[in-house]
Design a protein around this ligand. Sequence first.
Ligand SMILES: Cc1cc2nc3c(=O)[nH]c(=O)nc-3n(C[C@H](O)[C@H](O)[C@H](O)COP(=O)(O)OP(=O)(O)OC[C@H]3O[C@@H](n4cnc5c(N)ncnc54)[C@H](O)[C@@H]3O)c2cc1C
Length: 408
Amino acid sequence: MKGDIEVAIIGGGAAGVAAGRHLHDAGIDCLIVEARNRLGGRAFTETHAGCPIDLGCGWLHSADKNEWTAIAKAQGRTIDETPPPWSRSSLGFRLNEQADYRHAFNEFEERVSKLAHADKDAAVADAMEPRGRWNGLIGAVVTFISGGEAAEVSALDYENYAYTDLNWRVVEGYGATIERHGEGVPVAFDSPVRSIDHSGKRLAIDTEKGTITADRAIVTLPTTVLVEMENLFKPALPAKIEAASNLPLGLDDKMFIALDKPEQFEKDSRLFGAKDDSKTAAYHIRPFGRPMIEGFFGGANARKLEAAGEGAFFDFAVSELTAILGNDFAKRLKPIHIHRWAADPFARGAYSYALPGKADCRAVLAAPVDDRLFFAGEACSKHDYSTAHGAYRTGIAAAKQVIAGRGN
Ligand SMILES: Cc1cc2nc3c(=O)[nH]c(=O)nc-3n(C[C@H](O)[C@H](O)[C@H](O)COP(=O)(O)OP(=O)(O)OC[C@H]3O[C@@H](n4cnc5c(N)ncnc54)[C@H](O)[C@@H]3O)c2cc1C
């Protein structure tokens, strides 16, 4: 491992890869210091029976404005523009009921918007209609969107999220695209950072593989990891850690399940496990037409299932699916893969949300310290948090700050 560099990038997820690519292409001596043996972080494509499956990010949200769309195309990848299952009707859900639910969800979001513009921020749960018929399902969808339970999520932060209605996918994998974008950028793999000493003239970054000295660093660690690593900064940066603790990573986990006789279902269709319970999962059936089901588990439900072990996700999915499709359906299902993101020591969750009253912490987290410690990662983004393109943008912004500050 090279021990003396100009810029260290701590963490090689979407933000770190974007920053590293930008700095390396600008001819700057930089090194991504990554705990894992791969780039991508929460962007992670694995291959099953020849099919790339995305265990982390899968959707190019705001695809028409998303920088990863152009990068994927430049890599020669295939972009699938099929509208996402959540924009179409769901199976086992009568059309008039679905229309009623959608109407209730839109009204809920309008109330969130009003709350966001009130003097004092509140939780999105406050925008639920008292005893509303669809509160359970709305609560579940909030966990899919934010990873947090509706009672914990800031209305202002929820409202700040910006998006276009186009959501596409990379057939060969979103994670694979991000990983490839880092090719050629110097990386120290398997090198978890233990501390960043910024007391001296140069930074001293202590890793499990030795110490690196650098003039500047871009820190891209997930917020929950930052909070867990109590002694990361020497001297301590309590304002940063407090900001990170107000932007915890919520939890969403995906489980891929093999489906026998898939033709019964339309490609890219969807089913909710229950329509009246915030602890239900959403099932994307035949993603890309493949003989699979992608189960999506959020919030407290995902935490409970993680605690019970990997098998609990499959058992839960089978119980929900057979309740709707009949007991024989269980014979057609086999578990493929689940990645438990909260149990993952280098992620500790899926994506960040702000606690009520704490949306401004995103700017606090993103602010540089002494013009030599810079911060990036999805949680630093005011409008694109929780996404891989948000992470990209913060990585580029930090790299530009580094370049602008050189020579000072
Ligand atoms: C199940 C799931 C579904 C998702 N779906 C979507 C989606 O459809 N679309 C979308 O846009 N986004 C989605 N996301 C979110 C998206 O994946 C993330 O927002 C984005 O990848 C975060 O990038 P990042 O660079 O900020 O953080 P990370 O990817 O977490 O990067 C941080 C890096 O730091 C490394 N690290 C951690 N600790 C240390 C240490 N001590 N020393 C050195 N390195 C360390 C990690 O290994 C990691 O590589 C999803 C995430 C999950 C989990």
